[in-house]
Design a protein around this ligand. Sequence first.
Ligand code: PLP
Length: 381
Amino acid sequence: MKFGTKAIHAGVFPDPSTGAIMTPIFQTSTFVQEAPGKHKGYEYARTQNPTRSQLQANIAALENAKHGFCFSSGMGAIDTLIKLFSPGDEIICTNDLYGGTYRIFTKVFQNYGLKFHFIGMEDVANIENYVTAHTKLIWIETPTNPTLKIIDIAGVAAIAKKHNILLGVDNTFASPYLQTPMDLGADIVMHSLTKYMAGHSDVVMGALVVNDDKLAERIAFFQNACGATPGPQDSFLVLRGIKTLHLRMQRHCENGAVIAHFLRNHPKVDKVYWPGFADHPNHAIAKQQMRDFGGMMSFSLKGDHMEDAMKVLSGTHLFSLAESLGGVESLIGHPASMTHASIPREERLKSGVTDTLIRLSVGVEDVEDLIADLEKALNLI
Ligand SMILES: *Cc1c(COP(=O)(O)O)cnc(C)c1O
């Protein structure tokens, strides 16, 4: 099956009791047993819920993986995964991680004796400088947030395999429509389903997928033991959102390309960060590992005056000023004061997060209207 067909059909089936074509919302905490231990595979809804089971199967299929697991948030997925490791274990990560991931690694798990290395991976050879006998996991994001750096997933996977280390990829920014890291050698793919997967800014949820049966068994155990599981209503919303993932992503990409070029040609704009440009430092890798370039991008303003950025940020109407990304509606954000506010200025400047860096999550509206909105806001400077 090809991607769009899988988005609609994989893992789901008409309800056997009624023929309902949509997966029912099994709003129940427990399941009646005929005799102790004699049941239809469902006992208690933290462990298993049929709505969640179909969503998990669907996501696994989209990522070309065998096993899927859903969690009450993307952070719940990461929290559960990292609990598989033990004090003394080391984890090597990309250095411009999602803020919440950086926070849980440094403020929570470091206190439990795990050691994290945050490093640049645009040149994958750098990873080997940090591998020790204790390294258990390499954790990457690509494209990165907010400067849209591209990491060579197959290149990182080769290093992980050589040293017998697991490779985990946070695939939230790309979605499986744009890239499937399992096909490039990843062991674990993680999602904030809150973003492109659900796609309608109406639910918070996360997922992990893996191929290895033993790893799957351990994640299933931790998913149930730790309990960060989603409810059936939210599972239904994500399943419904995914049915149009391929259509939405196609439009996100089309709009993204038009807006990236518009910004690049605008006299008030300095740099535009978007992997679709031929002169993006890792454009060749993006072309190889991604199906298209997506609707996430950032740009900075000439002169780098914070007050200019503020004018643009409050001057758009269709682009709403908000955290998050990947929904049908366009969003605009200011990493320096929003997502990256906790990082010291000197540090964030080094990674390109200047005072006027503005991030866009380009939605699926008509692109002419989006451009008019940005043009009007840029003219306020
Ligand atoms: C949003 C996000 C997360 C966290 O997911 P939640 O669903 O908000 O808990 C993790 N990684 C990336 C890249 C994200 O954008």
